[in-house]
Design a protein around this ligand. Structure first.
Ligand SMILES: C[S@@+](CC[C@H](N)C(=O)[O-])C[C@H]1O[C@@H](n2cnc3c(N)ncnc32)[C@H](O)[C@@H]1O
Length: 376
């Protein structure tokens, strides 16, 4: 197996720095995040699938099937697995790029179906965990610590070149939400961090403590569609004059104190989503990867993107539409013209949603949507 765990500290157009696996594991981690040579040490406790049935923290009954799936990967339960396999049609001789390795569930299924997989994740913890898990696949699997926005560079520098399929399963993993020390959860106390790539960049605390009121309101509105964006931004700026924010529950508590409680969602849901998107430049990176996918796919290769909220789904939908029209028309033209940006065919116009069974078994799958485009 080629575990080329290369932390590209400057991701994007700037210079990369490489390090050996050993030096990666010895890198000083962010406060509270412990990397270990034993990848399973990053996981929470598991019952190993021993019990006949169990209850989740919320009191909900967990079926033996779900327990087994959890025991297999406490890190993350992959969504829309069958649908992803149908879209990417893995097989021997095929190369698939998995831009969001996470716990390696999708990659594992692609490898089991015979494909070779080159994967990346911007979270070093995911790279370490999944690389160990998928080591059994030998040279058919390799993983790079990088942002999928650099897909072109990852594929050219690895020597793989254009691929037969690209998978982007966007957003955070269950591990991110479950691990308080990563700072993504408004229900668990932890450092206000939210960086998927904890080796660089500004944390959520940096944004909350340093951006001006207008910028905070913009972030909350644009990335969280939070109607009370200005009210919350004002409250943050007033509160941070006394004491800067450092913990997730401090921020969640402030938001709860200025918003009336009501509805099923925690009042901090939208602001936390907005901060996460801003901290990780999620929409910028998605746009980058989509644009580059055109040159990174072989003819007949499939692009499969799983989204979890309307902002990212809109970007994927518009990208696929724009590049799947064979002709374009303008009222001032005498006739339609061929679209010079026609690069994809769409097997279906509507996004694919998880089955009712999957939604029941995995509540985090409920908002998932899969869109597929095939390179012409
Ligand atoms: C939903 S999880 C993927 C789960 C994975 N498909 C599995 O089967 O376990 C998303 C993963 O993508 C990573 N990620 C999100 N945005 C990324 C980006 N722009 N570049 C690289 N990795 C990214 C996150 O760190 C996280 O580990």
């Amino acid at each position: 197996m080629v575990i080329s765990i290369r932390p590209w500290i400057e991701i994007g157009t700037s210079e990369k720095q490489e390090a050996s696996v050993d030096s990666v594991w010895r890198q000083p981690a962010t406060e509270g995040v412990v990397l270990s040579a034993d990848p399973y040490a990053v996981m929470g406790p598991t019952d190993g699938g021993k019990g006949a049935s169990a209850r989740s923290g919320g009191g909900e009954e967990i079926s033996p099937e779900r327990q087994a799936a959890r025991a297999k990967s406490d890190y993350h339960l992959p969504v829309l697995m069958d649908e992803v396999l149908t879209a990417l049609r893995p097989g021997s001789e095929k190369w698939i790029f998995d831009g969001t390795l996470g716990g390696g569930g999708h990659s594992e299924a692609l490898l089991r179906a015979g494909a070779s997989v080159i994967a990346c994740d911007q979270d070093l913890e995911a790279i370490v965990y999944a690389s160990a898990r998928l080591a059994v696949f030998g040279e058919r699997f390799s993983a790079v610590h990088a942002n999928f926005g650099s897909i072109d560079r990852i594929l050219s520098e690895s020597g793989v070149g254009a691929v037969d399929g690209i998978l982007l399963d966007l957003g955070v993993s269950s591990r991110h939400l479950d691990a308080a020390e990563r700072g993504f959860s408004f229900q668990k106390d932890g450092p206000l961090d939210m960086r998927m790539n904890f080796t660089e960049g500004r944390s959520a605390a940096d944004l909350v403590n340093e951006e001006d009121e207008a910028e905070l309101a913009r972030i909350f509105w644009e990335f969280g569609e939070e109607r009370a964006s200005r009210k919350i931004a004002r409250a943050i700026v007033t509160a941070r004059e006394k004491q800067p924010f450092t913990r997730t529950l401090e921020l969640a508590g402030l938001i709860a104190s200025v918003l009336p409680r009501g509805g099923a969602k925690h009042p901090a849901t939208r602001v936390f989503q907005a901060l996460r998107i801003a901290v990780n430049e999620e929409l910028v990176r998605l746009n980058e990867a989509l644009a580059k996918s055109i040159d990174c796919l072989k003819p007949g290769g499939a692009l499969a993107v799983i989204t979890f909220h309307s902002l990212e789904d809109r970007i994927v939908k518009q990208f696929m539409r724009r590049h799947s029209e064979k002709t374009i028309d303008r009222p001032e033209w005498p006739a339609p013209k061929p679209n010079p940006e026609y690069f994809f065919d769409l097997p279906g116009r509507k996004p694919i949603a998880p089955s009712v069974e999957e939604q029941k078994a995995n509540p985090r799958a409920r908002s998932a949507k899969l869109r597929v485009a095939v390179r012409v």
